[in-house]
Design a protein around this ligand. Structure first.
Ligand SMILES: O=C[C@H](O)COP(=O)(O)O
Length: 225
């Protein structure tokens, strides 16, 4: 199972990567907007130095044209590092760019997936990850769980190398539903995980254990001997 941070915030990545079992970082231009006018390539090199060589780093291209997407993907690989996964929106131009990049052996993440059609085209093109937008699909009344199940079924049936990396989450229930439906990976804001672990019931349970111990032993530590 892959859990990725959908953020470009250096402080959060640095502080939370050792705590949570994350396997990578994803961003898009809207996520980058939250960081202000960053020094783009230097920022991603810094993210890479924090997460290390074994986690995956997914960075989106901006161009809407095939050649522009291919050129930008090459620039990402050149200026950040050769292991970056260029994120390419699955438009017609994007599909063409993905096929060119895959023929060159580049790892690709297909993004902006709202439908099974986009999904099976990404799978048939041999992309490494495809990113269905969970909350955005649900907001326009698309059955997101059924879409992920169908895509996971295609991957299994055709023995395809692609992995489903569900994205666009607004609550933690959506994240577990995506995983239950067959997503291999989920990318989410670290704050969603932090909120989930600070639920009042969890805090109360932990406090009550401590109160019960202290009531009998007069201390909140285990004995040393
Ligand atoms: O890159 C994809 C994002 O996860 C989309 O998330 P969003 O719907 O919160 O903008």
């Amino acid at each position: 199972m892959d859990i990725l941070f959908d953020t470009a915030n250096l402080d959060d990545i640095e502080r939370l990567t050792p705590i949570y079992p994350v396997t990578g970082v994803t961003t898009n231009p809207s996520i980058l907007k939250a960081e202000g006018k960053i020094d783009f390539y230097a920022h991603f090199r810094q993210i890479r130095s924090i997460i290390g060589p074994n986690r995956t780093l997914h960075v989106q291209v901006l161009s809407k044209e095939t050649q522009g997407m291919v050129d930008e993907a090459h620039r990402l690989l050149d200026k950040i590092d050769a292991n970056v996964y260029p994120k390419i929106p699955l438009t017609e131009a994007g599909l063409h760019a993905m096929r060119i990049l895959k023929s060159e052996g580049v790892k690709v993440t297909a993004t902006a997936i709202y439908s099974k059609t986009q999904g099976f085209l990404a799978i048939a093109s041999g992309v490494d990850y495809l990113a269905p937008y969970y909350n955005r699909m649900q907001s326009i009344d698309i059955n997101t769980r059924e879409t992920i199940e169908a895509l996971a079924g295609f991957i299994k049936r055709f023995d395809a190398p692609s992995k489903i990396m569900a994205a666009s989450f607004k609550n933690i229930a959506q994240v577990s539903h995506a995983l239950q439906s067959g997503a291999d990976a989920v990318t989410l804001s670290p704050q969603l995980l932090q909120q989930a672990l600070s639920a009042p019931d969890i805090i109360t349970a932990v406090d009550r254990f401590l109160d019960d111990w202290e009531e009998i032993h007069g201390t909140t530590e285990l004995p040393f001997e």
